[in-house]
Write a protein that binds this ligand. Structure first.
Ligand SMILES: *Cc1c(COP(=O)(O)O)cnc(C)c1O
Length: 358
């Protein structure tokens, strides 16, 4: 604390990201990064942008990237006017809080969810109500209905984080229909690992904003690119906030790299398929070791063992050079969140767990 701080600063609760330790040969299964590199075409495009052109500002609207994202979703009627891009989807989400969820009324999100939502609520002074997940850790659509104009909006990830549980499109549609006067933000950071995107609903629901990221399924976490798709009026609000904050959130290499990445559908499908196959194998192995594993549609699993304390297991794994994520909040403090690595990395994890469970 310092007398120089603006008053709000001391009241903030900043987000705590998973650690990025600088230890060699670590099996790093704690922050849901891709175990595979970005598309080779993305790497070439990035390399081409690293040169003299860096003295010039990038395209402020990241137009080539918006066009590429729109082209991929053209069948759902998406044009560049329905696309917003930002410096990681975290930034896109922040602008959504600022531009679309700040109405002086509490917003709703699950009690167990992405911990950036309470952080942004604090930053933008948006009140919120944390809606408890069902006993099986799924989000119940009914809990988000019948609030009328008493709420300021709704946000949740699908699949949810850190549970990995997926909500079907029919349920999402019920939430949209039940809240026609409020924006519903669906954070699809993990949708490419087995879920069905809500993007096809954008044409019919002007209150839907779908947010996605290049960090997970396109292996570009280090580049910081995220995007939102929604009705042009919602996108216009995000643009107004963005252009009041930072006109150039995406640098030249990021625009080029992300554009090439989204155009490389084949590499994307192949690597997502590999992650899903490894996930199914890991779920089988963990189940065999006595873990309860929540059904995951993400690139991680959320698992607990009835006889073994999660914090102790995480510490034991760490001793073997394997890091996973452990959360300390009450309902989930017996779970480990394990990112899907290569089959080799998952195998190392399973062998270490076998040793510590014995
Ligand atoms: C990883 C993640 C994001 C943010 O990703 P960026 O790297 O900022 O694009 C957003 N939402 C959820 C639920 C995530 O897990």
């Amino acid at each position: 604390m310092s007398k120089f701080w603006s008053p709000i600063v001391s009241r903030l609760t900043p987000y705590t990201p998973g650690e990025q330790p600088k230890i060699a040969n670590l099996v790093k299964l704690n922050t849901n990064e891709s175990p595979y590199g970005p598309s080779p075409r993305a790497l070439e495009a990035i390399a081409r942008e690293v040169g003299d052109s860096l003295r010039l500002y990038p395209n402020p609207d990241a137009e080539p990237l918006k066009l590429a994202i729109a082209a991929r979703h053209a069948a759902d009627g998406i044009t560049a006017r329905e696309v917003f891009v930002g410096n990681g989807s975290d930034e896109v989400l922040a602008h959504a809080f600022h531009a679309l969820l700040q109405h002086g009324k509490p917003i709703l999100f699950p009690d167990i969810t992405y911990s950036f939502y309470p952080t942004y609520s604090g930053l933008y002074q948006v009140e919120y109500r944390a809606v408890p997940l069902a006993a099986d850790f799924t989000i119940r659509a009914d809990d988000y209905l019948g609030h009328g104009e008493a709420i300021g909006g709704i946000i949740f990830p699908n699949p949810n984080a850190p549970t990995g549980c997926l909500m079907g499109l029919a349920e999402i549609e019920r939430i949209l229909q039940g809240n026609p006067e409020r924006v519903v933000v669906v954070d699809e950071a993990y949708i490419d690992f087995g879920g069905e995107t809500a993007i096809p609903l954008v044409q019919r629901y002007p209150n839907l904003l779908v947010v996605q990221t290049f960090s997970k399924s396109r292996a570009l976490a280090g580049m910081r690119v995220g995007f939102a798709i929604g009705h042009a009026d919602l996108i216009a609000a995000l643009e107004r906030v963005k252009n009041s904050f930072n006109s150039y959130p995406l640098d030249r290499p990021a625009i080029a790299g992300a554009t090439a990445a989204i155009e490389d559908e084949e590499y994307f499908r192949k690597t997502c398929g590999m992650v899903v196959a490894s996930r199914e194998k890991l779920v089988a192995s963990l189940t065999q070791l006595g873990f309860e594993v929540l059904p995951s549609a993400a690139n991680f699993v959320f698992a607990r063992h009835a006889q073994h304390d999660a914090a102790k297991l995480a510490a034991s794994l760490r001793g073997d050079g394997i890091i996973v994520r452990h959360f300390t909040s009450a309902r989930i403090n017996q779970f480990l969140r394990i990112t899907i690595g290569t089959d080799e990395a998952c195998g190392t994890l399973v062998e270490s767990l076998k040793k510590h469970l014995a």
